[in-house]
Design a protein around this ligand. Structure first.
Ligand code: NI
Length: 177
């Protein structure tokens, strides 16, 4: 396993639409080690999720997990999930607002609103399809990670530019908002 280098804001790989994974390639040693490395990299940098373009691999693979994450102390737990070729169906027009951050946009937080309930479907690392209904924090994280596969970053979704802050200022002035 290896800790991978994170692509940061300005790197074109973050702005490309990532390619679908051929289901026959999921069991390959290359794909399995990419998944292992993404999980290790997410843990190392305390991300709640990571998308393959963030590690310079333009394929539709995301991982996410949240358990006692110091970067998101108020967040609810999310079990470790590996999702390949994920699809999202929005189930509500009600929006969930959260101060989001991203390992590819270090040092910033911004308040972003997204649909609060989604149906999420993808292939797991064995190539088997699964489907989940998600709400709250896990719905937000899933949408943030899947946005990466379409070349979108959370800063593209900022509606109110006054709610964009450096991390220390976020902690000082916005933690309760
Ligand atoms: Ni991100």
């Amino acid at each position: 396993m290896a800790i991978l280098k994170i692509a940061e804001l300005g790197n074109p790989v973050l702005r490309k639409r990532a390619a679908e994974v051929d289901s026959h390639d999921i069991s390959s040693p290359q794909m399995q080690s990419l998944i292992d490395d993404m999980i290790e990299t997410m843990h190392e940098y305390e991300g709640a999720g990571l998308a393959a373009p963030q590690v310079h691999c333009s394929q539709r693979v995301v991982v996410f997990e949240s358990q006692d994450n110091p970067r998101y102390p108020a967040a609810s737990d999310i079990p470790l999930t590996v999702a390949i070729n994920p699809e999202i169906e929005v189930l509500t027009s009600d929006l969930e607002g959260m101060w989001e951050g991203c390992l590819s946009v270090p040092g910033l937080r911004a308040y972003v609103e997204r649909p609060g309930r989604i149906r999420f479907s993808a292939l797991d690392r064995r190539g088997e399809r699964f489907e989940q209904e998600l709400e709250g924090f896990s719905a937000v994280v899933t949408q943030h990670e899947c946005d990466h596969l379409d070349g979108l970053l959370f800063i593209d979704r900022i509606e109110c530019k006054e709610k964009l802050a450096f991390l220390p200022e976020y902690r000082k002035y916005h933690l309760d908002s």
